[in-house]
Each structure stands twice: as C-alpha cells, then as structure tokens.
Write a protein that binds this ligand. Sequence first.
Ligand code: C2E
Ligand code: MG
Ligand code: MG
Ligand code: MG
Length: 288
Amino acid sequence: YHAKLERDRISIFSPEFDLNTVERLRLLADLRIAIDRGDLDVVFQPQVELAGSRVVAVEALARWNHCTRGPVGPDVFIPLAEDSGLIFRLTTVVLERALAQLAEWRAAGHDIRMAVNLSARHLSDLGVPQQVALALRRHGIPASSLVLEVTETAILSDPVRADLVIRALRAHGVTIAIDDYGTGNASLSYLRRLEVDELKIDRVFVSNIRADGQDMIIVRSTIALALELGLRVVAEGVEDEPTVESLRSFGGVVAQGYHLGRPGSAEAVERMIVEANGAPTEGALSRA
Ligand code: C2E
Ligand code: MG
Ligand code: MG
Ligand code: MG
C-alpha cells in the first residue's frame, strides 16, 4: 500500500507516468484557481542571432509555483490544461503578460520579437486570430513582432482548420513558427504550403550535433533548406559553445538554449538584451 502511495506521489510530477484521476482533478482545480488569482508566472528566454550575437526575440514560457507542492513543470500542467480546455485562459494570461512586457521593452527602444506558444486547441478555434489581433492593437504592438509557435502534431490534429487559423493569423501580419520541428510527421513542403515563417529545430537534434554525425547532417541540411526557402531558423536546446560555433558556421541561424540564456524574469532577460544589443539609442519605438 505504501509503495502504491509513493508511486502515485511520484506520478504527480513526472510526465512519463499518467496522473491518477483524483490527483489530476485536484491539480486541475488548483490550476484553475492559480490562473484566476494571477498566480501563474511567465518567464522569458532569449533567442540570439549568432552572426551578430544580438538578442532578436524572446520566448514566453509559463511557470506554476504551486502553493504547497512547489514548482509544477509545464510538461505536467500544460497537457492538463489542454485536456480540460483551460488552455484558452492560460494562453490568454501568457499572451497578455508577454505583450505587456514587449510594449514596455519597445517603449524603452528594444526592437525584439516576442514568441508565444499555442496549442492544438487554438488551431481549431476560428476565433483565435481576431482575439490575437485585438490584443496586439490594445498593446500597440505591430503584428510582425509577435511569433506564435505551433507544433506539427498540433497542426496535423485538425489540418483543415489549422490551415484556416494560420492563414487568418498571417493575414493580420502575425508570424508563425513550427516548434519542435523534426519530431512530428509534417514534411517541409507541406509546412511551406501552409506559409509558415519560421522553423524551430527541436533540441533532440541540436543538442547532439557534436556527438552524432547524423544529427549534424540533419541539422545542417535542414537549416540550409529552410533558409533557401526563405524561412527563419531557430535552433533550440543549444547547451555549449562548440554547438554555437557549429551553428554559426552554417550562417543565418538564431539560437536558443541554456548556454545562451536560461528562461528568466523580465529583469534578468532585459539585462541580457542590453548587454548583447547595447542600450537603445533612439528611444521609444513607435506604437502600432
Ligand atoms: P517549448 O515551447 O519547445 O519550449 C522550450 C523548452 O525547452 C522550455 O521548457 C525551455 O525551458 C527548454 N529549454 C530551453 N533551452 C534549453 C536547453 O538548452 N536545454 C534543455 N534541455 N532545455 C531547454 P519548459 O519551459 O519546461 O516548457 C516545456 C514545454 O511546455 C514548451 O516547449 C511548450 O511546449 C510548453 N509550454 C510552456 N509554456 C507554455 C505556454 O504558455 N503555452 C503553451 N501552450 N505551452 C507552453
Ligand atoms: Mg515553444
Ligand atoms: Mg520547442
Ligand atoms: Mg517542446
């Protein structure tokens, strides 16, 4: 009996195990309360253009510090939110915080993009593009400064509707990135037809390029192909300097990873931006 208790306790925090129903419901109820109370945090991780060592974008990532359990990972609470539909409110909170922060940075003269993650559910909701457009207008942010990250899996769960939603978002001027590229089943030509703007090559390939010749070939040729197709390329999961050097030699790549900057508070990331890009000289960027 004790062993079972222990096992259930472990299962709460590790995504490899299925949460048991009671724990799921409890955690879900707590998540709903946390969202309502504004207890959810958003951290930011820089994306660095390797050629010029400039921070060109940051990705907003949700964090939940549970009042008694401590930090619960996004790998646990995001699937929970997706399954329950709570993901819409969660994303609204993240988008709102991310755009407010970007507006502040733009007012200080920092010209960077903000990336926010969407889920499969958003790609089958035709109301999402309008909601995003309104949020951008409210914060005075040009649509081209917002990157929405979606996975191949999310697109393929309802491809017809995803196509419509992506086209509507792009019609507003928002850019679309394919997150975790290479782990799903979408071909590059299919994604190209969807007119996505950016590929984020998954860290399972990137973090291994120094050790695994095949991963090196996959990453190098994917980058070359994507750049030639006119896509932006972000390499995820860059954890050491040799990887930076390899990626830099491929040219035109943006990199994201612990070696370049861990996800952190707005203040911490702002220090990184100022250090990398220099203090802005021209003052506030114009509002959209
Ligand atoms: P993702 O969108 O692919 O985000 C990148 C994840 O990789 C983040 O994990 C980040 O902390 C981690 N990471 C960054 N650099 C490195 C590195 O060098 N090495 C390693 N090992 N990991 C690195 P995080 O924050 O735990 O998020 C996990 C996933 O949860 C995200 O993957 C995303 O799919 C989801 N997620 C997080 N926040 C949100 C959100 O606001 N909305 C939605 N829909 N999903 C979110
Ligand atoms: Mg992402
Ligand atoms: Mg990713
Ligand atoms: Mg991921």
